[in-house]
Design a protein around this ligand. Structure first.
Ligand code: CTP
Ligand code: MG
Length: 186
């Protein structure tokens, strides 16, 4: 393959990874921005004596976060309805909904496990804090939208998702910390 074609190919794969994951990347920072109020576990504890999820998982963050991911996805669908671009997978109403719900559900599942491991709310837990949203977002599409997932996420796009996610997570958390939205830079 010609070098120029190669560069173009990698650029398209990076953009495709970001385009696919955007409805899953948006909910977390929006939840951090808009969250608060009643925690989803309503303050209840698990039999191990620790909180089920903790004060960092609220109804408001969950609902506004998911709504914002779906809204961004609807904008993406509108943009692509003009014909889309070759090499960039098309979103569908189902894909954006599952990506958005999956991202914050993965976040909830992570917090549940975190509490069982005795980690406090906001305590750092590297790999899990970074990949919870990827796991949740892709898992929901495996279960409910497999044909779309197979056609949209090639191996190279999947690898880019794994490479880019911790990097974006890092940048967003630094921004969140510097602007005072988050108490800790992770
Ligand atoms: N948030 C929320 N509701 C959610 C998810 C997040 O209100 N469903 C808000 C909370 O204010 C939370 C902030 O976003 O503190 C950052 O989210 P995250 O880092 O996921 O939560 P942590 O506070 O770190 O809690 P945990 O240790 O359970 O991950
Ligand atoms: Mg956190």
């Amino acid at each position: 393959m010609d070098t120029i074609i190669n560069i173009e190919y990698y650029f398209i794969a990076i953009f495709a990874a970001l385009w696919i994951m955007l409805p899953a990347y948006v909910p977390n920072p929006i939840a951090a921005l808009c969250g608060g109020g009643t925690p989803i576990d309503r303050g209840r504890t698990y039999p191990d004596g620790r909180r089920i999820l903790g004060d960092g998982k609220t109804f408001r963050g969950f609902i506004i976060g998911i709504g914002s991911g779906i809204l961004v996805g609807m904008i993406q669908i509108t943009i692509q309805s003009g014909g889309g671009w070759s090499g960039i997978p098309d979103h569908t109403p189902l894909s954006i909904t599952l990506l958005s719900i999956g991202a914050l559900s993965g976040d909830l599942a992570k917090s549940f496990i975190k509490r069982r491991l005795g980690k406090e709310r906001g305590e750092r837990w590297n790999i899990a804090d970074q990949y919870d949203l990827v796991a949740g977002a892709l898992l929901l599409n495996v279960v409910f939208n497999l044909n779309w997932l197979i056609s949209a996420v090639s191996l190279i796009i999947f690898l880019w998702i794994l490479i880019l996610t911790p990097f974006l997570h890092y940048i967003m958390n630094i921004i969140g910390y510097l602007t005072g939205i988050k108490d800790v830079p992770w």
